[in-house]
Design a protein around this ligand. Structure first.
Ligand code: C2E
Ligand code: CA
Ligand code: CA
Ligand code: CA
Length: 276
């Protein structure tokens, strides 16, 4: 292994090099993407597991770049590092307001639309004022919307707690995303009044590996209920998982019910649900 050390290093730097090139290319492309309207929001239904009723949708960003579709796992981190997530995030919120109107025109009153907001957007002290302006300009009702944040927002607890209060005062709900996946999940719910806990996919996956893990999931659900929060389990893929969770009286989201869909396709999903 030792005699290969130098070669390995060369391979490594070459790979790093092309990685860097790819990143800076992507950064350039991302800058153009907003102007050239390459972004779209797709919507994934949130389903009441007991009744099968759709209670809302999560808006998920899609980038149809000239090089093909780039998944959020690739471009969101770069958008966050470069700060481009700030204008992209504003675009997403505005677009969700517009899509919500289209849903209503199609005849279903989307009770809840969840929009993801990056910790980077929370660094802007005027964030809530910007949000207020967007809802006013789009004449959208904030009470139909939820803001999804991850616990990384809470690294700056004082500033974040203030922004969360301001957003709630506008009528928006607050969801903690990826709950149970991090280290300090309980810290988040201790410090602010949240409306929804979104339990990370890894927790339901672990239940299939070992049934005993259902006790952990049940305990987390209990915490959420004591906080008066709505519970959403993410990443339900199997009927078996949905059945296990049915007695808890919670909400589920996952490929079992539907993949995220463009707003125009939701109508078809609603009239012909592929579950139950
Ligand atoms: P997230 O907020 O945790 O969103 C859930 C992700 O899980 C989505 O991936 C969704 O398509 C995927 N998913 C849903 N059901 C299933 C399932 O049954 N199985 C599996 N394997 N996956 C499922 P997506 O759309 O690729 O987004 C990835 C992440 O990118 C999101 O994770 C979120 O952190 C970020 N993201 C997406 N849109 C936005 C946005 O508008 N703003 C910000 N700041 N971040 C966003
Ligand atoms: Ca989310
Ligand atoms: Ca999540
Ligand atoms: Ca996630």
């Amino acid at each position: 292994a030792k005699q290969n050390g130098k070669n390995n290093f060369q391979v490594f730097t070459r790979e790093l090099d092309s990685l860097m090139t790819r990143r800076s290319q992507m950064e350039q492309a991302l800058k153009k993407a907003l102007d050239e309207q390459q972004f779209a929001l797709h919507y994934q239904p949130q389903v009441n597991l007991a009744s099968g009723e759709v209670i809302g949708y999560e808006a998920l960003l899609r980038w149809q770049s000239p090089y093909g579709n780039v998944p959020p796992s690739e471009f969101i981190p770069i958008a966050e590092e470069t700060g481009l997530i700030v204008p992209i995030g504003e675009w997403a919120l505005r677009q969700a307001c517009r899509d919500a109107k289209e849903f209503r025109a199609l005849g279903h009153a989307a009770e809840n639309i969840s929009v993801n907001v990056s910790a980077r957007q929370f660094k802007d002290p005027d964030f809530s004022e910007k949000v207020r302006a967007i809802f006013e300009q789009e004449s959208a009702d904030p009470r139909r919307f939820e803001i999804e944040i991850t616990e990384s927002v809470m690294l700056d607890i004082e500033r974040s707690a203030r922004i969360i209060c301001e957003l709630k005062a506008l009528g928006l709900r607050i969801a903690i995303d990826d709950f149970g996946a991090g280290y300090s999940s309980l810290n988040v719910v201790k410090n602010v009044e949240i409306d929804t806990l979104k339990i990370d996919k890894s927790l339901i996956d672990e239940v299939l590996i070992n049934r005993r893990n259902l006790f952990i999931l049940a305990a987390i659900i209990e915490v959420g209920k004591n906080l008066d929060a709505r519970i959403v389990i993410e990443g339900i893929e199997l009927e078996e998982q949905a059945e296990l969770l049915q007695p808890f009286g919670i909400v589920g989201q996952g490929y079992l019910f539907s993949r995220p869909l463009p707003p125009g396709s939701l109508d078809a999903f609603l009239s012909e649900p592929d579950y139950n």
